[in-house]
Every structure is written in structure tokens, then in C-alpha cells.
Write a protein that binds this ligand. Sequence first.
Ligand SMILES: Nc1nc2c(c(=O)[nH]1)N[C@H]1C(S)=C(S)[C@@H](COP(=O)(O)O)O[C@H]1N2
Ligand SMILES: [Mo]
Length: 595
Amino acid sequence: MAPATLLKYHAQDGPAEEYTHVKTESFHNANTPASPNARKARHTNVAGTDNSKDEELKSPWILHPSLVLKEDVLQKWGKGEGEIPDPDEVLDLKEERKGWHGYVEWELYPERKARVKEWMKGFDFPSAPEFQFVPLPKTNPILEGVRWKQYHYALGKATKDIPAESWLWVQKEKSPDMIHILQFPYNGEPPRDRLVSTALTTNEDHFVRNHGGIPEIDEDEYFLDIGGLVNEPKRITMAMLKDEKLFPRQSNIVTIQCSGTRRIEQIHQYPGDGDELINAPWGEGAIGTARWTGVSLKKVIKYCGGLKYPDKPMHLEFLGADTYFKQGEVYNYAVSVPWRKVKANEVLLAWEMNGQPLPKIHGFPLRTVVFGYIGARSCKWLTRINVLDAPSEGPVQKKEYLYYNSQVGKHNVTYSAGFSIQDMLVSSAIMSPVDADQIIHDGKIKMRGWAYSGGGHWPVRVEVSNDGGSVWYEVPHEQMSEKYFYAWRVWEYDLPVDAEGWLELVVRCWDNSMNTQPTFVRSAWNWDLHVTSSCHRIKVFSINRSRPKTAAKLKMYEESGIPFFPITKPSAVPLESDERYAIEMAARGGRDPLE
Ligand SMILES: Nc1nc2c(c(=O)[nH]1)N[C@H]1C(S)=C(S)[C@@H](COP(=O)(O)O)O[C@H]1N2
Ligand SMILES: [Mo]
């Protein structure tokens, strides 16, 4: 079959500006070397170069910003101008365990958290960048996360190299052409076209969503503590988890989707809350599908003698090794899911992703994978599971990932007023063509995309429209990938297109419960800009070469060697010859009526 789309011009192509990073400045003085660990990281640079000091300063993954202290703090600490107290003396932070680099435990030490809260008050951290009322920078990374780098830097040796080291893992483990939405904490999605070229996403292309740094954990030193309202609290090693005499293996194809997927559409129409991490400006790629292997959490809870109150609305809280800063305080990443989700064998403790050990960036050595739920609950770098009689009090569970009514905003928003997003709703996206493409075709345009529904639902029907959503064509089931209880389906379709000019292409999915998608972004807009589940719409400029006049015009451009694209480039040739004009006007009976 000939390709339906003959030629495409991407309006979004164009030179990205060189990304300029924050210049290195050591905490105490410019000559202090970074910690041995960061130094080692530099020498295993992807480029393999032996970095001189100058090279180090230029290297894009040295991410040590300068810090600004507040005046009253200088006085309080008895320091002179420009002198910064040593965080290692004041805070004395240490990594929690041998073999767990990048892990500082916060939740078990309330007094440590309190000390950091006081310390953080001493700095003038930059505020969040405005990225909603202005166009996004054409850089890659798009946003930097300067203040998050500074937060880590401000706490001294236990955390200051984490931004640099995490960026190194991005380079090592992710595809070189990822779209870096936020450099640190790292958030990135793959190129659109490639994401839907296979039903299973490669580990290199799977999107990444981080709230903090990437810990490096030695599998042999790894263990997981299970406690709280469980009958027999236990410490479990990887060797125990992998022992099939103790726990049967479970393997499932599961889609993980961040509830920020397609947020950029909401931002473009109606800006909302503007934290560059919490509300990162995702495109359609914050979704991926992998075969995850591990053991069902239900079996592990059984091994711990079961829950103390299995009939109460219990939650299982997952804690991660990474540090999360929120409003001047520190936390370990923490989220929870209800016990009934675990009971259904829909929560996996996974150590394998597509038959490979988990990449570091995806949670090595162990993460949860919560089927059909928002990605946030699939906790990476798992340190503990706490059985609670209520949802986690961690900020990610309690204060984020909330879905508000559209009239709620900064003036009246409250945490309790939002839905806590758990099951992902039915959604879809067109991944090719992309918005503003100018397409030469012979009456059909090839479309490709994904369709997904959470909560154990699956896409049954995908429909596309070439007229903004009045006429819908069904994508034949043969052109959709296999169905699974917990995964997306990728699809492709040669959409009949007769009309020329700007058209609005639309997709919508129907799941097995006959749920479908809201019509417009506005129909489901919400203050925190979550789950952009409305029909996905793109504008494309159609040039239908099966029309003889269009074909002739295109030929003329080709023969004269004048580029046709972009369509907005003013034409250097007359639209019509004088001879032709005279013939056409005569045929129309001239411009004006005779009487
Ligand atoms: N420990 C930890 N787990 C985490 C996160 C995190 O920042 N820290 N991010 C969550 C969010 S919001 C999402 S969408 C998924 C993304 O998983 P991935 O990065 O493997 O694609 O991880 C979740 N698990
Ligand atoms: Mo997420």
C-alpha cells in the first residue's frame, strides 16, 4: 500500500536555540571541587572526554547554581556579607544506608525535617518561571528547574550533586532525542511518531516523570520494609522477592500514564496553576506501555500475615528514596492506593521492564506498578510500604493530583474540593501528523496515534474526523494493536480527505464501558490542568494532489525550483498568467453584471 501522506511539512521544525545551562558555582568558593561522586560521574561522560576544569564548567550536566541568602539570616548566623554557613555543619545530613546513594530518609526523622525547614527559610530561592502566558522556550530542555537544583544544592553534600548525577542518568538511559520537558527534576517524553510505532514502548523511549533526583541503589544492599497496620511487619530483600518458592512471579503488559499528559492543550487555551514541576507542560507523550514483571503485592501482604483490619477502607502507602521539596519543606516521595486495588492483584512490585532489569531512572531495583491508575501511584525506588487506615498524608497524595471543578481557581481552591485522581479515564491522541503540519496527499492522510482507558477498561473503538468532529470514521480493528485489560492500543488509519486548506483532525476513543471523551478542552478544563481527556484536535493544511489544478500548481513550483513550504512564505510567482486570467474572467462573464 502506498503511503497515504505524500509529503509533510512540520511547522514545528526549526532550529532549536542552543540550551545554556546554569554556570557552576561551588558552595563556598569557586575552587572547591564537587564531591567525589559527581566527579566520577563526569569522567564517565557520554562523550567520553577527559574534562579539564574549563570543560567541566561548560559541561551541560554540571548543575550547581549559586545561592542567595537573606540578610537577616546572615545576622542570625553571625556571618559577614556573602558568607554562607556550612550546611554540613548545621544540618549534618547523611545518606541513610550503605549502597543507597542519593537516599536521605526524611519521614522517619521529624526533627531532621524541622531543621531543614528552618534552614530553607534562609534563602532567597527564585520563584517559578512564567511559562503559561508566554510561549514555551524553543530549547531542549524546555524548562530548567533552577530552583529545584538550588533546593538540592542548599542542603549540602548529601544532596547537592543530585541534579548533576540525575542528568547523567538521563543521558545514559534515555534516547538522545527525548523532549526534555524539565531538566531537573527530570521530566521527558519521546518523539511523537516513534512512541506509537510499536505497541510496547522501548525502555529508552518510555517517558520519565520525576519529583526529585535519581537514587543509585545497589541491589545486593536493597531491602523493603513492610509495616503499619499489618499483622507481621517484615523486611524483604530482592533475593526473597525473586525466590519463586516464596512468591509466584506475575507479569503484565501495563500502560503507565501521567495525569499531566496533553496538559499543553489546557495551558494554551486557559492557563492554570503554574508550578513548572507539578504542572509540567507535557505533550501527548507522557504515556508508555511495557511488560512489567515482579510479584503481586497481595502475595507479599499475605506473607506478612495479612492486614490487621482488612475490612476497613485501608490504604497501602508507598515511600520512595527520592527527596521531594514542597513549599520549603522536605519529604520522601509518598503515595497510596486502597487495599481493594491490591486485593485484585492489580499492584505489582516490579523489578523487570520489558525483560530487562528496571533502568535506574524507572525505579531500580524495585517499584510499584499500579494497573489502570494514574502514574503517580507507581512508586519508584521503593523503600517502605506502610499500611494505613486512610490515604497517605504525603503532599503528592493529599495536595496534588486533584481534579477540580472548572470554576475553582487560585481564589477559592481547597485540597478537599478536588477528586483524588486514581483510575485514568478514557483518552487518545493523534501522534502523526502533528499540529500545523502542511500535507500534500492524494485524497488520504495517514494518521497514527494511541488510545487508552484506565481502571481495567480497554479501548474498543477509535474514531477520527476530518471536519472538527461532525463526521467520524471508525478505525478498523485490524489497524489497532491487541487489546489488554491494562494497556493502550496504538492505531493507524488512512483518513479520507477531499477538502483543501486548514482542517481540524480529531480523534476520540470509546472504551468497553462505552465511555468516551469530552468534546473540547474547555469541557474538562481544571485548575491543576490534569487529565486532558477531551477529544484530541490538531489543525493541518490539506493540499490534495488528486485535484488536477492543485497537481498543476505543485508541478509549477517543482519545475521552477521555488520551495512550496512553508505555505506562509509569500509566493514569488504570479498566481495566474495574464492570458489565463483573461480566459477565466471571460468565462465568468466579467466581474460586474450587465444590468
Ligand atoms: N519515587 C517516585 N516515584 C514516582 C515518581 C517520583 O517522582 N518519585 N513519579 C510518579 C509519577 S507522577 C509518574 S507519572 C510515574 C512515571 O513513571 P516513569 O518515570 O517510570 O515513566 O512515576 C511515579 N512514581
Ligand atoms: Mo504523573
